[in-house]
Design a protein around this ligand. Structure first.
Ligand code: COA
Length: 262
């Protein structure tokens, strides 16, 4: 039987936690781990009550210390290396395309593929002890799971190029100042902080939440006119949806809204 390196657990109503559990290799991503992450994402998405997915790493030392360097060292042809990079890129893209709101609970090192995974998620909450970076340059390579593209979009091309070409990691606080993480908390408060935000999000109208994610992420790619058109279209659909009706009515009746995802 294959090793099991990923767990998925419902931690609260509507909130699931995906944990990468390969602590002895600092949760490094090999092909099996990537496959297991994808299978866990499939399971999380298959649950109609699921709203928020928290992704974290096992232990206190690492979120994910990168793609598996041993696996990369064994690759001996360009086609295989391309397939590995595209495998990771496709998987991380799926988190962006998911209707689930995703959150990285960065419990330690988020390096290389670990930072690339975190950057493909919607929110990043980091322990004070976390270190984030793209150290691939020290191995004679560059990021391959989306790092050059997402880091640049998050922190701007100057900072991104510095981090990628120097390989130097930043502290959680530095990452926050750069806009690379959203919240920094003491390590022992990390999961509770994630749950607090997850709870807030899980209580919102699901279709509105999914539309907000789709439109904000899409804004990176669309010309403004096109994005505005898509926004107005989504707004109009949501305004007449059951949850849109319920939300506005509940406000006027001074009561809490009960959303149903319709
Ligand atoms: N791939 C494979 N194995 C990894 C790994 C990775 N990306 N990162 C860490 N490991 C393994 C180490 O080889 C070591 O295994 P061993 O106990 O069998 O020797 C184990 O995890 C613990 O790591 P170690 O380096 O001993 O811990 P440390 O506290 O001295 O250093 C780091 C921690 C994160 C600074 C260091 O592990 C590191 O630099 N990792 C690589 C980061 C990287 O370059 N990522 C991008 C990869 S493309």
């Amino acid at each position: 039987m294959n090793d099991v390196w990923v767990s998925l657990e419902q931690v609260e109503p509507g909130v699931q936690r995906l944990r990468i559990e390969r602590e002895r290799a600092l949760n490094a991503l090999n092909a099996d781990v990537l496959d297991q992450i994808e299978a866990a994402l499939d399971r999380a998405e298959a649950d109609p009550a699921s709203r928020v997915l928290i992704v974290t790493g096992q232990g206190t030392k690492a979120f994910v210390a990168g793609a598996d360097i041993e696996a990369i060292s064994r690759v001996d042809n360009e086609a295989a290396a391309l397939a590995f990079a595209e495998r990771g890129q496709r998987l991380f893209r799926r988190f962006e395309e998911s209707a689930l709101i995703t959150m990285a609970a960065i419990n330690g090192y988020a390096l290389g593929g670990g930072l690339e995974l975190a950057m493909a998620l919607d929110f990043r909450i980091a322990a004070q002890t976390a270190r984030l970076g793209q150290p691939e340059i020290n191995l004679g390579i560059i990021p391959g799971f989306g790092g050059t593209q997402r880091l640049s979009r998050l922190v701007g091309p100057g900072q991104a190029l510095w981090m990628i070409s120097s390989g130097e990691p930043v502290t959680a606080e530095e990452a926050k100042a750069l806009g690379l993480v959203d919240v920094v908390v003491p390590a022992d408060a990390l999961m509770e902080e994630c749950l607090r935000h997850a709870r807030t999000l899980a209580a919102k109208a699901p279709l509105a939440l999914a539309a907000a994610k789709r439109l904000v992420l899409g804004s990176r790619d669309w010309p403004l006119e096109n994005g505005l058109h898509r926004e107005a279209e989504a707004f109009s659909q949501l305004a007449v949806s059951a949850d849109g009706r319920e939300g506005t009515q509940a406000f006027l009746e001074k009561r809490a809204a009960k959303f149903q995802g319709r």
